[in-house]
Design a protein around this ligand. Sequence first.
Ligand SMILES: *[C@@H]1O[C@H](CO)[C@@H](O)[C@H](O)[C@H]1NC(C)=O
Ligand SMILES: *[C@@H]1O[C@H](CO)[C@@H](O)[C@H](O)[C@H]1NC(C)=O
Ligand SMILES: *[C@@H]1O[C@H](CO)[C@@H](O)[C@H](O)[C@H]1NC(C)=O
Ligand SMILES: *[C@@H]1O[C@H](CO)[C@@H](O)[C@H](O)[C@H]1NC(C)=O
Length: 561
Amino acid sequence: MVWQLNFSHGSAMKSIQLCFLLLVVFFTSSQQLSKPGDPTYWAAVVEHKEPDGDNARLRTTFASESFQQIIKDAGDVDIIVFPEHILNSRSTATFVPHESENVTPCYQTDYELFLIELSCSARSNAVYVVINLVEKELCANGAGSDTFKPCPATGVLYFNTNVVFDRRGRVISRYRKTHLWRHEYVETAVLRSPDIATFTTDFGVTFGHFICFDMLFYEPAMKLVRELNITDIVYPTYWFSELPFLGAVQLQEGWAFGNDVNLLAADASEPSGRTTGSGIYAGRGGRLVAEIFEEPTTKLLIAEVPKKEHGQLVPSFTPLFTPQLKTARVTKVATYKDYNVDIFESELLEENFLSLERTLCHGSFCCTFAIARKLTESSEVIGSGAKAYRYRIAAYWGNETTAIRVDRTEQATCALFACTNEHLSSCGYIFPEFEDVVNRHHFTKLNISANFPAAPRGRRLIMPSTLNALFLPVAVSEFDWTESPEAAANPDKPVFVNLNLVRQQNDLLTFAIWANYFTDLPSTHNLDHMHPNFTVPLNSGSAGILVSSFVWLISGLFLVL
Ligand SMILES: *[C@@H]1O[C@H](CO)[C@@H](O)[C@H](O)[C@H]1NC(C)=O
Ligand SMILES: *[C@@H]1O[C@H](CO)[C@@H](O)[C@H](O)[C@H]1NC(C)=O
Ligand SMILES: *[C@@H]1O[C@H](CO)[C@@H](O)[C@H](O)[C@H]1NC(C)=O
Ligand SMILES: *[C@@H]1O[C@H](CO)[C@@H](O)[C@H](O)[C@H]1NC(C)=O
């Protein structure tokens, strides 16, 4: 593995680039554990498939043994991250010590066997290990944490929890998931006051961590970055990809870019169930490694991660562009379709358009597009049944959207996305595997810009959201991104954002600026214990009278029945 990269520090860039290339060669030949003064550290993320079988205990045993083998085989990495949900389930839930208890389960063995084994494994291989598991906590008689869900008759509550072991197997951080995925709420508890979990390593990097769906919310993910200045994030996930904006790697890379932080993302591997896509990202420096898999896969991805205080990574290598009529496509990864696009202001582009300049507005929010394509010359004969994507441009700013059909969101978006025909309802789908798909045109220019409104609550994350036919984002070296003024530092100001393609593309599915305004509107997930107290004052006029007569009517009905 030799990467062509450099750290840009103004005019000294060239010489630093040379030194760094030498360093890379040196490091790759003898992977050293990082010291606090070193400019980089070695990270590994594991994409991991589900264990086989129905027996919960056997599945947990299998997963624990697989994790231990992976840790043993990883070599000299500093930190290794496993995905969400794979390791255990309710029937093998374990207690988890809080970091303040200073517990090393490897020799303080009051825990499920897998927790003890993985603590020993971290110690034996002298590596930081992050796992995600089902945690149990006793809650009877007022014991336990302050949760939304009341303590059930069993006296046990369950959490979706990340656990971090240091190089000696000690539990140094614990995080309980804040934003559960719909049906998870039935069995899993949430803290009233979200965990803000961080841990500091012996190689001089302080990490924050959260889980899966948390990435689309302000607390704790954005708090870690914006309020605690955390520069490195650990992220176990079990992501359900959604087109056109929320593919697994697409979101991971976009979130890391928008925040300009390092991100270590480990996803579970169940492509036919919409889940796959892990990677290691260096903020505005782009992805160091990332993969999507079409079959359930267990694989370790390793990268040398530049520490933030040593400057920005600038990826400099881009292969030459060749127009291609046919390009490889990922077709076996199931995805959700984003129904939000149905309410976007959108415009279907002509089937054979070659250039277009347009401003499209949704209310007062306007997006400007300048797009050009060229016909792709080829000696290949295009079959008469060959399909090509149609494209739409779209603009949206509002409240009436959701994040993957679960929680309300407030989004602002300027987008170009692919559709399988001229109908809006076909956008967010790809052509199935059996179709013969061709790139009749390639994109030679794609310039999108908009003034993103000030964030009323100081909460806004603006990111690029791009995707090609391999379900990977357009590399950061292939577009220019400008913000004026800088978005993160000026949440109270409108920001002009420009996303401009600098390298031609054959097979785009999405090219967009996607902004999350982190709505405060509560989500209730249709579960009683999450429901906000809603009372209609009976003395407030006709509405109250209507409601109370309705209640009487209903009780009357029950009496009749
Ligand atoms: C984060 O950085 C800002 C700007 O440098 C600084 O004002 C603030 O005190 C820092 N916060 C923490 C918790 O370190
Ligand atoms: C979203 O909803 C809030 C509360 O109802 C409202 O104040 C805000 O203006 C809405 N935002 C948009 C973009 O419509
Ligand atoms: C892209 O569009 C923006 C806004 O219209 C414009 O300011 C900028 O110069 C354009 N960039 C290029 C490279 O054409
Ligand atoms: C609803 O009201 C009860 C009783 O006043 C209170 O204990 C509870 O915290 C409230 N729930 C929410 C979600 O605000």
